[in-house]
Ligand binder design. Structure first.
Ligand code: FE
Length: 203
């Protein structure tokens, strides 16, 4: 990463499930770039990657709901809404949710509030489309802290497990041979004992 990328990475974000409907099916995706622009009128900007199915749906239907995730949200919420495409998955199959006034889904769990948005202006920004929206309705579910991107990185995203080493250990000197199979004619390089003096061991 160069300094410009590093500096951009320092910007603080929240995490949101943005819901939409293509006319047949409810859809949702994880978005980090949501910000209030003005207080009068109440407007919000949402940036969505053009590769996401939701981008096209929202550009065409001109409406979306922003579900503001709180710190209760488990990794499964991110897996469900973030790691698969609405083009071929029903993301609401196992989600407790209901319809807001605008007909779009609102989550009943793991969020502290939601915003119903109507797109006022669409700006093509290259990799992303920027949706400038009016807030038409909203609701507050609880006062739990909003899930920030850094909270997600530190507390929700699974930590990589150290990879287990498979192999055989020499019973005589403790030498470790890494590999699925120990060759029959293997000789311990330190104590010179044969393969028969090795036993299976995983670290
Ligand atoms: Fe040995």
């Amino acid at each position: 990463m160069n300094d410009m990328d590093k500096a951009l990475f320092k910007i603080g974000y929240g995490l949101y499930v943005v819901t939409s409907n293509d006319g047949n099916k409810d859809n949702g995706l994880i978005v980090n770039s949501v910000m209030q622009l003005t207080s009068s009128p109440k407007t919000v900007a949402v940036a969505i990657n053009k590769q996401n199915y939701s981008h096209d749906v929202i550009r065409d239907t001109k409406k979306m709901n922003v579900n503001i995730l709180n710190t209760d949200a488990p990794f499964s919420v991110f897996k469900n809404f973030g790691f698969q495409s609405g083009r071929n998955a029903d993301k609401f199959e196992n989600v407790k949710s209901g319809k807001a006034q605008n007909g779009l889904q609102v989550l009943f769990e793991n969020i502290n509030a939601f915003l119903c948005l109507e797109v006022r202006q669409y700006v093509d920004m290259g990799s992303h489309g920027l949706f400038i929206c009016d807030v038409t309705d909203a609701g507050v579910l609880n006062d739990k802290e909003t899930m920030t991107y850094s909270y997600y990185q530190q507390n929700v995203k699974p930590k990589p497990q150290p990879e287990k080493k498979k192999g055989y250990v020499c019973k005589i000197c403790g030498y470790f041979y890494e590999g699925e199979e120990l060759p029959e004619d293997f000789v311990c390089p330190t104590c010179k004992h044969p393969a028969s003096d090795f036993e299976k061991a995983d670290f």
